[in-house]
Design a protein around this ligand. Sequence first.
Ligand SMILES: *Cc1c(COP(=O)(O)O)cnc(C)c1O
Length: 389
Amino acid sequence: MNDGSSSRSLQDFAAGKLSRLGALSLRRSVAETTPRGGAMVERDGRALINFSFNDYLGLAQHPEVIDAAVQAARDFGAGAGASRLVTGAYPLLQTLERRIAAFKGTEDAIVFGSGYLANLAIAPSLVGGGDLILIDALAHSCLHAGASLSGAHVEIFPHNDVDAARAILQEKRAAHSRAMLLTDGVFSMDGDLAPLPALLALADEFDVWALVDDAHGFGVVGADGKGAAYAFDPPACAPLQMGTLSKAAGAYGGYLAASHAVCELLRTRARAFVYTTAPPPAAAGAALKALEIIEADADLRARPLALAARFCAALGLPAPASPIVPVVLGDPDSALAASRALAEAGFLVAAIRPPTVPKGTARLRITFSAAHEEAQVDALADAMRTVLT
Ligand SMILES: *Cc1c(COP(=O)(O)O)cnc(C)c1O
């Protein structure tokens, strides 16, 4: 081990930073947690019902999805071997892209290593210095990261505030060449929807390219589970529809559904596509099978939102727009204490703290999945009543 002075100063920095975060109840740790089928997990030898995962349709544990992952690994290998531009793509990946495009109703789709990578790829491929990006204050961290990476001038507008976004465009649009507007379709920590019809009309008015991240809408929100855009009538489809295969699809990988020209430009220029290894065959095989199940099973798609609505009705909370229900408690200590009390009662409900959510809004974030039984949802509602009083 190197114990020179630079290594010591690094050590001091890391240890000091951790202890300051610990004092603020903002230190995090990874708990070993074993899936035990359905929504059950085991942690520290105890069985818990998981109300924190994003496996909204239980497909990560679905036997046919698992078999498809195994088969894809047998057919094409454990890893992809290189970037697709270097060695070409195994056939499943092209099929997956075509299936995603068909599901989203776009000309084309491009699959990335993850949703995070997709958002690092998209904005920097389309805008740069001299351009403008508007982004919702509560948009996912990776949309913000993609915006900074692009080098464009970034303006953050208050959450879902179309008038504020308009005011920024009136002031700044003319001075910039290209412009983008970035938002979640379903907000990951609040579960609410973006006002897509108004945002897209605004984007058209000012010639701004809208990128909607529908990581939490894909498969579970809107007509046919097609996402937040289809929660509106008529559907409000952005020209850049991004999402992930890691949540409702139960697999791994991110995607952009868009026109053929946009997807081809990204295949040619996006660094997070060109300079990274293609997703592993097992992930693509699983995602493809999951997509088949999502398209075929309307009852499955409807179940997470129905269970969230059942829970909200039991607790007198407003009706949910997605399977994500936040219970905001304020300070990190209260959120941690509530999460611990629920764990004692047999429920895994994670406390979400800053910087994942704004200061003063630490919360329990409860997610509902087709893998939950009605009785488990009712039991959580009872436990929440006790914890919150
Ligand atoms: C989870 C999430 C991502 C990242 O997707 P991964 O596939 O997990 O990398 C992107 N955007 C939103 C809104 C998310 O919730």
